[in-house]
Design a protein around this ligand. Structure first.
Ligand code: KCE
Length: 327
């Protein structure tokens, strides 16, 4: 029951990656999110003003739908967006991986950011089920439900830079998708995230600075959010860069040459190409950086700008771990 699904960038800046997911034959485009654990979808139960532009799941058209009476969910994301609604189970298929009895969370309310992101029909959480928001009983993620039917209890992310489709694979590690060896690092699941301790950083050809960085691997976050020491060291090497409070982050002249950012994972040095760090135009001739400060978040977030430079293994075995390889 292994599977592979395409992950298509939603826009020219790789703000998010959307994957086709079939719920009893109804196909929606979902944002696979290793930083949350709810599978929720836009639905016919939303007010019509919030439905506009989205593909909706209609439980009344599903023969395998089973409502979970009295069950509810309510999620607030770190960027302040959120959604809530009711719950049922159904057959969910991702690439070749099909599971029955998967909890599907029906949105009856979504925040404005979700309404306006019309390419996004919901999220498929791939963090640990311990942070699923369904009450009175937390539900399993798609990966947890599928795990026992996979060749091995893993999924991989091979996200691409600028306009190229990548893949999420379930159950197998495709050796044609990476070069060299895989470096594994232990994961601390206490907060429900794929959380690990990075070993340091280097900017461009500069020397490697050893420092412990408490970080999560988060496919649902666009940028890299790291400690101020890293951010300051990075933009010191970018002429014309500065923190622009009106933009809410570091910007620089779009013509600037950006140095690579190396992030240590154990003994492995993961290199993020400088051009990946020119995230998008900000205003005028300024561009917005793909590396920003993690202050206020509580941990660092290695989001898509980082993950798309690597082949990443999310190993859900009894001792969960993350694997990284160049590609
Ligand atoms: C933000 C996403 C979740 C999401 C994805 C997409 C969207 C839109 C479709 C409407 C664009 C909203 C929300 C992230 N997923 N693990 C998340 N969910 N909960 N915390 N995080 C990570 C975090 C936490 C804090 C921060 C941050 C990020 O950016 C700035 O401050």
């Amino acid at each position: 029951n292994d599977g592979s699904v395409t992950a298509s960038p939603e826009d020219a800046y790789d703000s998010e990656y959307l994957c086709p997911v079939s719920i009893d034959g109804q196909t929606l485009a979902l944002d696979f999110d290793t930083g949350s654990a709810d599978l929720w979808v836009f639905s016919t139960s939303l007010p019509s003003s919030e439905q506009k532009g989205h593909t909706l799941f209609d439980p009344s058209k599903s023969t395998n739908w089973k409502a979970l009476s009295g069950y509810k969910w309510n999620i607030t994301y770190g960027d302040g967006s959120g959604a809530s609604g009711t719950v049922g189970t159904d057959v969910v298929t991702v690439g070749g991986t099909s599971v029955s009895g998967q909890a599907v969370e029906i949105a009856t309310k979504v925040s404005s950011a979700f309404v306006s992101d019309t390419a996004n029909d919901g999220l498929l959480g791939l963090a640990f089920s311990s942070i699923n928001t369904v009450t009175p009983k937390a539900q399993h993620t798609f990966f947890d439900t599928a795990k026992s039917s996979l060749s091995s209890p893993v999924f991989t992310a091979d996200l691409k830079h600028r306009q190229l489709p990548g893949t999420y694979d379930f159950g197998t590690i495709d050796s044609s998708k990476y070069t060299g060896t895989i470096t594994y690092i232990d994961v601390d699941t206490a907060n429900g995230f794929w959380e690990f301790t990075g070993s340091g950083y280097a900017v461009g050809s500069g020397s490697f600075v050893s420092s412990s960085i408490d970080a999560i691997a988060d496919t649902g976050t666009t940028l890299i959010y790291v400690p101020d020491a890293v951010v300051t060291a990075y933009y010191k090497q970018v002429s014309g860069a500065s923190y622009d409070s009106s933009q809410g982050g570091y910007t620089f002249p779009c013509s600037a040459t950006l140095p690579n950012l190396t992030l240590g994972i154990g003994s492995y040095h993961a290199v993020v190409p400088g051009q990946y760090i020119n995230y998008s135009p900000a205003s005028g001739s300024k561009c917005f950086g793909g590396v920003q400060s993690d202050s206020g978040i509580g941990f660092s977030i290695y989001g898509d700008v980082f993950l798309k430079s690597q082949f990443v293994i999310f190993d859900g075995s009894s001792t969960p771990r993350l694997g990284f390889a160049a590609k």
